[in-house]
Design a protein around this ligand. Sequence first.
Ligand SMILES: Nc1ncnc2c1ncn2[C@@H]1O[C@H](COP(=O)(O)OP(=O)(O)OP(=O)(O)O)[C@@H](O)[C@H]1O
Ligand SMILES: [Mg+2]
Length: 275
Amino acid sequence: MTGSPYLTVERVTFRYGEGPVVLDDVALSIAKGEFVAVIGPSGCGKSTLLRLLAGLALPTVGRLTVAGQPIQGPGLDRAVVFQDYSLFPWMTCRDNIILALERAGLGATKAERREIALGYLALVGLAQDGDKLPGELSGGMRQRTAIARALAVNAPILLMDEPFGALDEITRARQQDLLLDLWQGGQGEKEAGKTVFFVTHDVEEAVILGDRVVVMGAHPGRVVREVPVTLPRPRSRMGSLKHRNFSVLRDLLLTELNLVVDEGLEPAVTAGAAI
Ligand SMILES: Nc1ncnc2c1ncn2[C@@H]1O[C@H](COP(=O)(O)OP(=O)(O)OP(=O)(O)O)[C@@H](O)[C@H]1O
Ligand SMILES: [Mg+2]
């Protein structure tokens, strides 16, 4: 990390009730404006860590902070894209965003909030779909609505849980470029320089987007490695894919992931896989 810490996870251990330890002594320090990508095997606690940052759960041990203040609940400073999108099913896409704007105190009038909502829907390629209910959309469209909602409320911190996981390859590539462009200020100052905590299961996506990739291991969930992404900014997806550092970073992260996945397997299974 360069710069002073803005979002911190300080020696956090977490259990759901009396259950097993899900996160064990996790420490992370994220600078203002930094883009951190998080990868790790399924069940290692990525979503749990994101929920703690969102203030939707409190740590069993340790603390999390924003700008030096302990996180004690959800706040307008943090917008979240959940892994399951979390849209209200009885409201149209547009109204889901308008409600979030209302809650964030944005837009002076209903008409203004409607304009803002439509603008963000257009940004994610859903200009024609604002009147639809989430149940009338594909998974990828619901996911894009949730992304539009998180962007619309203009929080300085974006917590995103596999936001592009349900998208087809082309749409995913476009959304990656859009996020890069927004974050780098290509769509105006308002969008630029957000602090992003981005969970993904896609190593290439982590490298394309992140300033740093945090690798988590499972049982219990913990940070096993942090890898700075040595690709120049501003970036585009294609520019990053073609950069000579790209494959080195991807291979390094894949090796790390393989190590943590092997660690979590029974010895017999690991031995079998090696033959
Ligand atoms: N509400 C809950 N109550 C009890 N245990 C939970 C709850 N939510 C998650 N867990 C457990 O916590 C562990 C971490 O889950 P989490 O959803 O954080 O993993 P993840 O890394 O996001 O996985 P994935 O990549 O599959 O989304 C898992 O063992 C899971 O079973
Ligand atoms: Mg998850």
